[in-house]
Write a protein of this length. Structure first.
Length: 71
């Protein structure tokens, strides 16, 4: 399933995939997603398109902001 909203994406990451959105994980993913030349980023963009890549990047940024609020 491709997520279309932040809530869908968060559920997919944390429940379906069982991954914790820790500050370290978020920072690691953002480092990759913000590097348009990274192989993983290029592959993701080819498979899912730039619009979804931008959305996922924004969702990781939102998750990071939420981490800051709760700490």
């Amino acid at each position: 399933m491709i997520s279309h909203t932040y809530d869908q994406w968060r559920h997919c990451i944390t429940v379906e995939c069982g991954l914790a959105l820790t500050p370290a994980f978020i920072a690691e993913r953002l480092t990759i997603w913000r590097n348009a030349q990274a192989e993983e980023t290029s592959r993701f963009r080819r498979l899912y398109g730039d619009q979804h890549w931008k959305a996922v990047t924004a969702w990781f940024e939102q998750a990071g902001r939420e981490q800051e609020i709760t700490q």
